[in-house]
Design a protein around this ligand. Structure first.
Ligand code: C5P
Length: 220
């Protein structure tokens, strides 16, 4: 049986991952964090010691790239080969370079094949797939498609609240720089035709999860 696919896109700091995970847990659906796959590939590229600005070197790493990402919303691990990189891919050093590898077309094509295979293999009745180009490129035919947004001010302050000290002061500029770089590759700031916008600027976490679940329920 084909799982019910929910596509969710949005900028960094919109809360897409935590909201998608909570919604998936409540619905008994799987959850696929596509940003984690780009981060895992960036981790692999850094570990390989290649020049990240050299596209040909980046592309050459695709053949040896083996990774696994679980879809259990209660807790998923990310592996590259035998290495558990679940925590390592969240380091600022990876956030700072992930856009460089994510902009390479061959990288996107390869990862998108993997995302589609994960969607088809999902054992639960549905799967929430979250990223930047899910509503437009990865799963444009998904029955439920959502753009999760929040004002820039709120996104920065939510992300800063997760961090402390120096990180908090730097985080705004870094998020903006990453969004700017990513926006050149895919547009995740405006809703494509048929995509429902959920603006969480004035919603708390629970209200945002409720709003997302309401869109999913309406689409069924
Ligand atoms: O969602 P997250 O912030 O973890 O994504 C990390 C990076 O992966 C983004 O900054 C972007 O460069 C890339 N990405 C992408 N397409 C997606 C998801 C993430 O290019 N669908």
């Amino acid at each position: 049986e084909i799982p019910f696919v929910v596509a969710i896109d949005g900028p960094a700091g919109s809360g897409k991952s935590s909201v998608s995970k909570a919604a998936a847990a409540r619905l008994g659906y799987g959850f696929l964090d596509t940003g984690a796959a780009y981060r895992a590939f960036a981790w692999h590229a850094v570990a390989s010691g290649i020049e990240l600005d050299d596209e040909a070197s980046v592309v050459s790493l695709l053949d040896g790239f083996e990774y696994r990402i679980g879809t259990d919303p209660a807790g998923y691990a990310v592996h590259v080969g035998d290495v558990d990189v679940t925590d390592a891919i969240r380091e600022p050093s990876i956030s700072a370079v992930v856009s460089k590898v994510a902009r390479v077309p061959e990288v996107r094509t390869r990862l998108i094949e993997f995302f589609r295979a994960s969607m088809a293999d999902e054992p639960r009745p549905g799967i929430i797939v979250e990223g930047r180009d899910i509503t437009t490129v990865v799963a444009p035919d998904a029955p439920a498609r959502i753009l999760l947004t929040a004002s820039e001010e709120v996104r920065m302050s939510r992300r800063a609240a997760e961090l402390t000290g120096e990180d908090a002061a730097e985080t705004g500029a870094r998020l903006q720089a990453r969004d700017r770089a990513d926006s050149k590759v895919v547009d995740f700031m405006t809703a494509a035709d048929g995509v429902v916008t959920v603006d969480s600027t004035d919603l708390d976490f629970g209200e945002t999860v409720d709003a997302v679940i309401a869109v999913i329920t309406d689409s069924q």
